[in-house]
Ligand binder design. Sequence first.
Ligand SMILES: O=C(O)CCC(=O)C(=O)O
Ligand SMILES: [Fe+2]
Length: 434
Amino acid sequence: MNHGEAQGSGGRHRGSGGRSPSSGQRGHRHNSENPVTVDRPFGESSCSRNRGSQGRGRGRNSPKQAWVVTSPQVSHVNRKSQEDGTGSTYKQPDEVAALKISGDDKDLLQSSASSTSTNINLVSGGEDKDVRECIVIKQSHVSLSCQESPSSSTSDHKVEISSGEDHDTAHKSGDAENASNESEKRPFDLFLKTKVFRLKPSVFELNKDKRKESKGYTGSVIRPGMVLLKNYLSINDQVMILKKCRQLGVGEGGFYQPGYRDGASLHLKMMCLGKNWDPQTCRYGETRPTDGSTPPQIPVEFNRFVEKAVKESQSLAAEIPYMSPDICIANFYTSTGRLGLHQDKDESIKSIRKGLPVVSFSIGDSAEFLYGDQSDEDKAEKVFLESGDVLLFGGKSRNVFHGVRSINKNTAPKVLVQETSLRPGRLNLTFRQY
Ligand SMILES: O=C(O)CCC(=O)C(=O)O
Ligand SMILES: [Fe+2]
């Protein structure tokens, strides 16, 4: 956790948004077969936690393929040729291994080239055709290296390429994965499953992350009872939280695709810890009705962070009561994920009456977070929640309407992505005491 001087800060703007459900079947763990996406306004769900959704009808990019020479000779890929589509490099020679680029390969390759460089050298160092080991793309400012993600399988030859400069391709792959029936059969993995090529972050980017971290956190009261602790969780804390959530997320009671009673899907993946929150009944329970699973316990380290954050917030807003969480709802948003304006009021009447705070951790890509006194986006305030930020709302703000309007692609700290294989998107944990 960062330690620093608590100071006032934090901008406010107005915001808006919407939600768009897709069809699904009640009683199935994964209910997004044949998803149909339609837009409808916020506030139509029967739940107080009106978990709005993503799916603004963005196109899902089908994977494209690029062909990269892996035999020991050096190949030069001319950037101009890539841009105008005339480059012979994209033809499939005999001695090539296919790198499947999910999304727009042109974007990817453009982003991998610096603005001043015209050539990218594809250097193959290995005798065998194992692209994991042999491809290194170097040019003046960045290098593209291939690493195997922890969960990759040797028999799986699909390779995902993502760029530290521009995670667009991997974002698209994440979107596609959300939609595919195939992915519905597997537990949702916070980390990219396949071999990952990443542009190594530049020294400049890494230093920027480090500088930010070394500044410590700043706290501010953004409305009575609502405290924002910016940059509160250190990168190490975030890595630990991500690894733990990823591990829990692929096990029993892990991440799943939640849906409402009316068949609408929330456009996020969810995992509940401690108790299950059921979007169909808007109640907490000991098991998840869709599959009978028991939610994992909240890791003790998480609770320590929360309790410390509550104490910190009390030094800024004394009216925020102390709380010790027994519920954590983890949401993972891809780049198109969102959540409609809602109130968190399915906790016990006592908890809400006392104004026990909801404590929210943001990790990964940043989000446009809306909050206000009404379920009206046009009247809501807006704040950007970035990786490492902790937001608390209790006391007078316990019933504040809030939601996530959008996720800002490619804004996660590079070092975090590098250390975890975190898929593009945002993890949010909200802790509550029932
Ligand atoms: O993702 C966020 O920042 C908010 C999540 C939230 O409001 C909820 O889970 O109830
Ligand atoms: Fe909420």
